[in-house]
Write a protein that binds this ligand. Sequence first.
Ligand SMILES: NC(=O)c1ccc[n+]([C@@H]2O[C@H](COP(=O)([O-])OP(=O)(O)OC[C@H]3O[C@@H](n4cnc5c(N)ncnc54)[C@H](O)[C@@H]3O)[C@@H](O)[C@H]2O)c1
Length: 307
Amino acid sequence: MDHKVTVVGAGHVGATTAQRIAEAELADVVMVDIAADLATGKALDMMESAPVLGFNARITGGGDYDPTAGSDVCVVTAGLARKPGMSRDDLLKKNTEITRGVVEELVSRSPDTILIVVTNPLDAMCEVARRVSGFPRERVMGMAGVLDAARMRWFIADELRVSVQDVDAFVLGGHGDSMVPLPRFATVNGIPLPNLLSADRIEAINERTRKGGAEIVNYYKDGSAYYAPSAAVVDMVAAILRDKRKILPCAAYLQGEYGIEGLFVGVPVKLGRRGVEEVVELELSAAERAELDRSVEAVRGLVGALA
Ligand SMILES: NC(=O)c1ccc[n+]([C@@H]2O[C@H](COP(=O)([O-])OP(=O)(O)OC[C@H]3O[C@@H](n4cnc5c(N)ncnc54)[C@H](O)[C@@H]3O)[C@@H](O)[C@H]2O)c1
């Protein structure tokens, strides 16, 4: 393949991301995990599916970072999920250590790469990756908005019984309970959502979107979502590698846009070969603005706890 993508963490999200990238023949994939054999085994298992499925991308896996050298894009999914008895702060500390170590290893071998962070707490881990890499904001971003918007799109399509292909939606803000679904910008084949659904039903969809991650955790019990998260990552990877300049909601480091300085926040960005090529500013209503401000405060609190 012309491109190489590294995925760190061969767990649920990482391995499914690797599989989707290879099956779409977007790039060769190197998986790295502290559980080296897990990464090696999953890579081999996926390659043994290649003759049946007919994809030509190559997937390798292990614990060594050397094979990641020269990656076009690196996706960071390494980390712990919250265990019983562990506070959010404990998780923040542990995943900060993990993300710091992983990003150091990656950027020393791929100084020109583009980093896509997936590990939670997302907006804070993006900031860790930015500080450790020293990369410009074009090349460090987080995946959250594409997933949150995809959930909202599915709920809309399901409610209206229309094709998912016709439904667009946008979610701004941090990746957490304070995310900001924007039904005013949701459309069904160009028709604004408020023309098709009552305010009550729209608010129910907004609320289900905000709690979309928790809904899946409640079913899985011991783990969180990965089919939709990996699909969302791959949408971003494809936009970058194929220079699509797609406008996607991503966690981006704001430098004055939306009146926010020096913080990762989920906003619409133009994603192309250079990474975050532009932050798209929407005019928000007073209510939307207030919701965004609340969400930004939540992110500021997390980043403040990093130090
Ligand atoms: N941003 C989002 O929207 C979103 C969506 C889903 C999951 N997540 C987050 O992504 C992360 C991964 O989720 P998952 O379901 O794949 O978890 P998982 O437990 O299945 O996989 C995590 C993997 O990371 C590996 N790992 C741990 N420390 C490492 C290190 N130092 N170096 C390399 N690998 C290491 C583990 O061995 C494990 O295989 C979690 O933090 C989760 O909260 C974020």
